[in-house]
Design a protein around this ligand. Structure first.
Ligand SMILES: Cc1cc2nc3c(=O)[nH]c(=O)nc-3n(C[C@H](O)[C@H](O)[C@H](O)COP(=O)(O)OP(=O)(O)OC[C@H]3O[C@@H](n4cnc5c(N)ncnc54)[C@H](O)[C@@H]3O)c2cc1C
Length: 554
């Protein structure tokens, strides 16, 4: 595993594959490739899970709405992967009941929803969770007392999955990838291909901390940069066809409100017939999402006032007592969906499945780009890409084992681990938190304080987060900056204060570990504050023509 002071010489290789991007898909492919014996280097512009993998609805789902597109293959694949993730990462990916109410004013009639449910059950014939249930209007109100009853016909209740901490899923896949031999280098911005005799033999990348350019060679480069795929090789390469046609989706984060449901609620918008989700998440609610065309730098995607008004209006229509206003929005987040570019078809016809695009015909032989790919299906995309990589490298394809090996946090009895942590004098809150975030790795987190028991002090009272988690993140989980740690490892960024109340202390603890002087600590804090500003609630003064979800159907 890489320590923070590992010298750059380790990057010399030789490597078989360069993976660009450490979202869930790039990490999945790096892990699978390394476990099957390929020498892999993964280069990430910022940090693990710093792209759209962190900005999703965090559902591990079959994609009920894809049935409307008759994309049965994708639904079956997603449902199969959902079941696998329940087994491979049960500490992170959990079954959730979804309630889907039907109203007389809905565009989708109740019989169509029922038909969809039957198809969903048939396509998930191997699931271990229950089949869908049909509820009368009365039973729906009994289950969700706050729901609007005007025109309510009833509901269906079914199971999908939720990964509350997608960042932790990425961190664990990274740990496994590195244990299998993959070299993971963050803050490494791939800027151009290395061409030799008309073939791509590697990439040039810039270390964003030092500004120094480096080169790394491998016969195959896998571009897994999510919504950035078209931006990776803009320099030093012939013009490439546009592959990404992603749209922006935003979420609002709100405290529990009057009438709020205990299930995930998935329902048809009154405004435009899109499907809206109210999702219990980290003790609060995640409300989403929208779907707006977005061609700018994906990192600049922000929730705008129209999206906020639209989403608040939809929740207030579902839950009359909610009466939510912009003041109730704690924070927001937005991301750009990596979808294939398909300008000549309606949005609903855009294929949602993943595609591996070979750039040989575009003058960049040696580069393959992954287009699309959901959080839910990352393991299958990785398997497909690694099979394909072996073929391209002219080697026999070894079997893929990722469907059979649980992630490290799943390897242990969590009840026993929680009891052991409490026996080590951690508060029940801290023990619960550690098990929820790290699963069976919670013990390793606490063991990291062996040389300095003061690290077991509570850093953040409301969550029970400990100082040692900060240190663990940089020693064991590839975190390099304060933002990496607070935003994507210990997840204090998603608490109401964004962890800013403990930012000085966090910088100090990390400073002691990494040798940051006070100037560096100040710079890290300022960078984190800048990152937090992306979660801001939009100002209504910026509102345009009124509430709208966007141009497309998710
Ligand atoms: C609003 C919304 C809701 C969604 N809801 C769900 C859901 O509920 N369930 C689900 O399964 N999916 C959902 N998705 C889709 C899912 O989030 C994505 O498809 C998935 O996370 C894509 O992962 P990725 O690894 O391909 O991309 P990313 O996570 O974006 O990773 C790409 C990485 O490449 C890096 N990178 C970019 N350029 C370079 C470069 N030049 N050099 C090095 N690195 C680079 C980026 O920094 C980034 O970390 C949703 C998406 C959105 C937008």
């Amino acid at each position: 595993m890489r320590g923070h002071d590992e010298p750059f010489e380790n990057l010399k290789g030789p490597f078989d594959v360069i993976v660009v991007g450490a979202g869930i898909n790039g990490l999945g492919v790096a892990r699978d490739a390394a476990e099957r014996g390929l020498r892999v280097i993964l280069l990430e512009r910022d940090d693990l899970c710093s792209g759209v993998s962190a900005w999703s609805g965090r559902l591990v789902h079959g994609g009920l709405r894809y049935l409307e597109h008759r994309d049965f293959g994708l639904v079956r694949e997603s449902l199969r992967e959902r079941e696998l993730l329940f087994r491979l990462a049960p500490h992170l990916v959990k079954p959730k009941r979804l309630l889907m109410p039907t109203y007389s004013h809905n565009r989708r009639p109740a019989w169509l929803i029922r038909l969809g449910m039957i198809a969903y059950d048939v396509l998930s014939f191997d699931k271990r969770t229950g089949r869908h249930e049909k509820l009368s209007a009365k039973a729906t109100v009994a289950r969700f007392p706050g729901i609007s009853q005007a025109g309510l016909q009833g509901a269906v209740v079914f199971t999908d999955g939720q990964v509350e901490y997608a960042e932790r899923l990425c961190a664990e896949v990274a740990i496994v990838a590195a244990a299998a031999g993959a070299v993971i280098r963050t803050k490494a911005v791939v800027e151009e291909p290395l061409l030799r005799d008309g073939r791509v033999v590697g990439v040039r990348f810039r270390d964003s901390r030092t500004g120094v350019m480096h080169a790394v060679e491998a016969p195959l480069t896998l571009n897994f940069a999510g919504p950035w795929i078209d931006r990776v090789f803009r320099r030093g390469a012939p013009p490439q066809p546009r592959l990404n046609g992603g749209t922006k989706g935003s979420h609002l984060i709100i405290d529990p409100f009057p009438g709020a449901p205990s299930d995930v609620v998935y329902y048809e918008s009154r405004t435009d017939g899109r499907l809206v989700l109210v999702i219990p998440w980290m003790g609060r609610y995640l409300i989403g999402t929208t779907d707006k065309r977005f061609d700018d730098e994906p990192d600049d995607a922000r929730c705008d006032a129209d999206e906020m008004e639209y989403l608040l209006g939809e929740v207030n229509a579902l839950v009359p007592d909610a009466r939510l206003t912009p003041e109730d929005v704690l924070f927001t987040y937005s991301g750009v969906r990596p979808l294939p570019y398909a300008p000549d078809v309606e949005e609903w016809e855009v294929p949602r499945t993943h595609i591996l695009h070979d750039h040989a015909a575009d003058g960049l032989p040696g580069v393959v780009t992954a287009v699309g790919g959901k959080l839910t299906t990352y393991r299958q995309l990785a398997e497909d890409a690694v099979d394909d990589a072996f073929t391209r490298l002219g080697r026999p394809i070894p079997p893929c084992n990722t469907a059979g090996i649980p992630l490290p946090g799943a390897q242990g009895d969590l009840t026993q681990i929680r009891a052991e942590l409490e026996a080590r004098e951690l508060s029940p809150l801290s023990a619960e938190r550690l098990v929820a975030l790290y699963g069976a790795l919670a013990t390793s987190v606490v063991d990291e304080a062996a040389g300095d028991p003061s690290l077991l002090s509570v850093l953040h009272e409301p969550t029970g987060a400990l100082d040692v988690e900060l240190v663990y993140a940089v020693r064991r989980e590839f975190a390099v900056t304060l933002s990496d740690v607070l935003a994507r490892r210990v997840l204090l960024a998603f608490e109401p204060g964004h962890g800013l109340e403990v930012v000085d202390r966090s910088a100090h603890v990390l400073g002691s570990e990494l040798g940051w002087d006070s100037e560096r600590q100040r710079a890290e804090i300022s960078e984190y504050r800048q990152w937090v500003s992306r979660l801001a609630v939009p100002s209504l003064a910026a509102s345009g023509a009124g509430a709208s979800a966007g141009d497309a159907v998710t």
